[in-house]
Design a binder for this molecule. Structure first.
Ligand SMILES: NC(=O)c1ccc[n+]([C@@H]2O[C@H](COP(=O)([O-])OP(=O)(O)OC[C@H]3O[C@@H](n4cnc5c(N)ncnc54)[C@H](OP(=O)(O)O)[C@@H]3O)[C@@H](O)[C@H]2O)c1
Length: 342
């Protein structure tokens, strides 16, 4: 059994869910995979840089009891922290910066340079630095993994990496933003737009400022991430045709449903005949027979058309931070397998 020093950069909903899941799965990880772990570092802007190479008490972290941050920080605290913690794996789970991907890109780059596997749920580094981090990981003999960035714990990236080698994706279509899908589902049940947004905020799935979801930005970044990795076509989210669900009324949603249609925020990317990639995010009025119309609430779905499998659909039902944490845990286990074996 090998014990791995884990560092968490970001300790919000996903970070806490990851620690809970690591505790829950500690025995099977040890018994079935020969993997043990200790939390050797936790960091955030408020917590500072906490390092303990012999391990922190995970239960105490969940209770909100944190030791002091590292004193005397250098000009590069991430590197100093990772080295002090003797990190084998960095989980980069800080907030998304959709504009630049920073500082998460710097965090992941530094982890790889320090000899740690770099695992993230943060979409920013995928859309702004995927190729750089992938190539750096290969040079460093480490893994750069990011399963949770799109559809939380659903195995999209590992599916194509492992089970579907030499497959070309011609087109994909999906419902990739839980918040807007939840709002549309609640509008079908009789709420107006403002009340549906308020309810989504109250149950913790929409942010105080819901515009990143409602205006289609989050979905756009996910389309860019899928296209960048799976279709080998780096896409700037700003270049994707985008519209959101703002302006739609409850009455219009309910009238459409009475006629056998559902409004959905649909994500699409397809390769044209000349090889160029076209992507868009926008509201569509779908027939109830369309598989995308069946996705309710916070669930999500993606349908791929490939050169060999004419159609392949993945649906993820009711994800939450624990689902996202599972994507990170799966990345951790797969990172320790021989390359190509995950
Ligand atoms: N929630 C989900 O189910 C889900 C699903 C898929 C992907 N994700 C992604 O996972 C990541 C974490 O999500 P979350 O729900 O856990 O968010 P969260 O609850 O808001 O937590 C974010 C954490 O990151 C820290 N942080 C933010 N900016 C930082 C910075 N510049 N440097 C260091 N630490 C920073 C925050 O602490 P301080 O304020 O103290 O810095 C906090 O601990 C995000 O990138 C999100 O997009 C989440």
């Amino acid at each position: 059994v090998n014990t791995h020093n884990l560092c968490l950069l970001g300790f919000g909903n996903v970070g806490k869910a990851l620690v809970r899941l690591l505790i829950e799965k500690q025995a099977p990880l040890r018994d079935q995979y020969g993997i043990d772990w200790r939390i050797a570092g936790v960091a955030s802007r408020r917590l500072g840089w906490i390092a303990a190479p012999d391990g922190l008490d995970p239960e105490a972290l969940l209770r909100g009891e944190f030791p002091a941050s590292l004193p005397d920080l250098s000009a590069d605290p991430v590197r100093q922290w990772l080295e002090a913690a003797r990190s084998d794996v960095l989980f980069e789970i800080s907030s998304l910066n959709a504009q630049t991907g920073q500082p998460a890109i710097h965090h992941l780059r530094t982890a790889l340079e320090c000899g740690a596997h770099a695992i993230t749920a943060n979409k920013g580094p995928i859309v702004h630095a995927y190729r750089e981090l992938r190539d750096l990981a290969a040079r460093c003999g480490k893994r750069f993994m990011f399963e949770s960035t799109v559809m939380d714990g659903a195995p999209i990236f590992s599916l194509f990496r492992s089970a579907l080698p030499a497959t070309n994706i011609v087109r994909f279509r999906g419902i990739l933003n839980s918040t807007t899908n939840y709002i549309l589902t609640r509008m079908e049940a009789g709420l107006n737009f403002e009340d549906a947004v308020r309810e989504a905020q109250e149950i913790g799935i929409a942010e105080t400022d819901p515009s990143a979801d409602v205006d289609g930005w989050d979905a756009t970044v996910k389309v860019a991430a899928l296209a960048t990795v799976l279709m080998d076509s780096p896409l700037d989210p700003n270049s994707i045709e985008r519209s959101g669900i703002r302006g739609l009324t409850g009455a219009a949603v309910q009238a459409a449903l009475a006629e056998g249609f559902r409004y959905k925020l649909v994500c699409t990317a397809e390769r044209g005949d000349a090889g160029q990639l076209r992507a868009r995010v926008g509201m569509e009025k779908l027939s109830l027979t369309d598989p995308l119309a069946s996705v309710a609430g916070t669930s999500s779905l993606v349908h791929f058309e490939t050169d060999v499998l004419p159609g392949l659909t993945l649906t993820e039902h009711n994800p939450g931070p624990r689902t996202t944490a599972y994507g990170l845990l799966a990345d951790f286990i797969n990172a320790l397998r021989p390359e190509g074996g995950s």
